[in-house]
Every structure is written in structure tokens, then in C-alpha cells.
Design a binder for this molecule. Structure first.
Ligand code: SAM
Length: 255
């Protein structure tokens, strides 16, 4: 396991002794970084709920929910029927086993495409979401719909985190994200969180361009040893890249 911590006590306790025991697909590296982002939001006074589309058995959901402050809620949206209906009971059992009290989260058994922004707002304890993790169906129309739903309820200083970006099994998903960024030029791809392996693929973190300063420099300093300095150029924004497998490149090409 990569030696990385979020700096949030409850999240780090779960990451050290629980995360890998909850079945799921998100990487430990990404959960620690996103946990750090939640802690940073709290320090900055950004208040809002956490939403996840595609909760499955709760691996990433529990990690993020444990980082919320009093009065904020976690909302897990899933059809909870894949690979069987038993996933719902396992999700509830995992939350209980890892210290997430039943009154701190909402388990919403629904297809994300059927949820309107108004229905979503009605479930949000604070009326807005400060971090939204989208990890549902990896298909153009569904991701487009999920992105627009997230956009509609996002806190002005909030983050949308997308899973399975640059995954070899979903090579065209990034086109959907670029379409979204072109429709909403006020948003930028703030950070690419590189994958750990093919099943724990990369995540994209998106925020408003005028708030990216709140996150970028802090991530660069806190996680300097994971910083891929060349970064990425995405639609006019210089995007931060953090990778668990930083390769030292020898640029002394004269020898
Ligand atoms: C890859 S799993 C999520 C893994 C989880 N986020 C984690 O990090 O461990 C994808 C989940 O998305 C759910 N799903 C797929 N399409 C959905 C949709 N349109 N609305 C809600 N849930 C959906 C599936 O039921 C499945 O549980």
C-alpha cells in the first residue's frame, strides 16, 4: 500500500484498517487525496454535503463521509441491484461497521438519470454539495446527465470528482468530460489523480476556474513527492497531475 494520508483522523483510521476490506474499485491513493481535499474544504469554511453516484458497497463513500463536519450529510445514490439486491444490505452493514452513523447518510436507491436537481436539493441537508463523486454508468448519455446534475447542485467552491477516467476499458469517456467543460467554460480540470492499477483507475477533479487556487498549491506542497511536474494542458488550463508511481526521468541526454 502506498504511504499516503489524508490528515483527517477518522478517514485515515478507515484507510489504514477497513478500506481494503470493503469491496469496491476506487484506489487507496485517490481516497487519501480526496479525504485531504475534504479536510481542506472544512478548513476553508466550505460547508456542504457529499454525494456519490455509484456507491456500491460503500468503500469510497465511507471514506468521504467520515470527513464531513456536523450538520453535513452524505448521500449515496445507486440502483443497489448489481450484481444482486444483497449489495444494499452489505452497504448498510459496511457503514455501520466502520463508524458511519445511520443519521449521517442517505441511501438513495434510484437511477441517477431519474433524479432532478430539485429532488437532489431536497435531500441535501445543507442545500448544496461540496464534493460529488461520479462513479455510476460509464456511458456518454449517463455521464452527461450525471455531470449536469452535479453541476446544478455544486457549492460554488465545490469539487466534482470523476472515476475511471483514462481507463483502457472506457477510452471515450474523456470526450464526454471535454464536452461538459466546453459547455461550462467557468469549470476547469483542476487535478488528475493517476491510477494505481487497471481496476483502480484515474480520477479527474473539476472545480470552478476562480476557485482552483484554493486547491492546487496546497496539493502541490502537501503531496510534492507525487507531483508529476510537467502536468497536463487541458482546454487552456494547466492541470496538476498527482501519481502514485512517480518515475524519475533522467534528462541528462548528453551522456
Ligand atoms: C464501479 S461501481 C462503484 C464503486 C464505488 N464507487 C467504489 O469506489 O468502490 C458502480 C456502481 O454504479 C451503480 N450504477 C451504475 N449506473 C447507475 C446509475 N445510472 N445510477 C445509479 N447507480 C448506478 C452500479 O449499481 C454500481 O454499484
Amino acid at each position: 500500500m502506498i504511504d499516503i494520508a489524508s490528515g483527517h483522523t477518522a478517514i485515515d483510521r478507515f484507510l489504514a484498517d477497513g478500506y481494503e476490506r470493503v469491496r469496491g474499485m476506487s484506489s487507496h491513493f485517490a481516497a487519501a487525496l480526496c479525504g485531504h481535499l475534504i479536510r481542506r474544504q472544512t478548513e476553508l469554511g466550505i460547508k456542504g454535503d457529499m454525494v456519490e453516484v455509484g456507491t456500491f458497497e460503500g468503500r469510497f463513500f465511507i471514506a468521504m463521509a467520515l470527513g464531513l463536519a456536523p450538520g453535513e450529510n452524505a448521500i449515496g445514490i445507486d440502483t443497489f441491484d448489481w450484481p444482486s439486491e444483497r449489495v444494499f444490505d452489505r452497504f448498510l452493514a459496511n457503514c455501520a461497521a466502520h463508524g458511519l452513523a445511520r443519521d449521517r447518510f442517505v441511501a438513495w436507491k434510484e437511477r441517477s438519470t431519474k433524479i432532478s436537481p430539485a429532488a437532489m436539493r431536497a435531500k441535501l441537508a445543507t442545500g448544496t454539495a461540496r464534493i460529488i463523486h461520479i462513479d455510476g454508468e460509464h456511458e456518454h448519455a449517463v455521464l452527461t446527465s450525471d455531470l449536469e446534475l452535479a453541476h446544478a447542485v455544486l457549492h460554488p467552491k465545490g469539487l466534482i470528482v470523476l472515476d475511471d477516467m483514462l481507463h483502457p476499458g472506457y477510452p471515450d469517456l474523456v470526450i464526454t468530460v471535454y464536452d461538459y467543460l466546453r459547455r461550462h467554460p467557468e469549470m476547469v480540470l483542476m487535478c488528475i489523480i493517476d491510477r494505481e492499477n487497471v481496476s483502480a483507475a484515474a480520477k479527474f477533479a473539476i472545480c470552478r476556474a476562480d476557485t482552483s487556487d484554493l486547491y492546487e498549491k496546497d496539493l502541490m506542497t502537501t503531496f510534492a513527492r507525487f507531483h508529476f511536474i510537467p502536468g497536463a494542458h487541458v482546454l487552456g488550463h494547466f492541470t496538476l497531475v498527482l501519481t502514485p508511481q512517480l518515475v524519475e526521468v533522467d534528462l541528462d541526454w548528453d551522456n
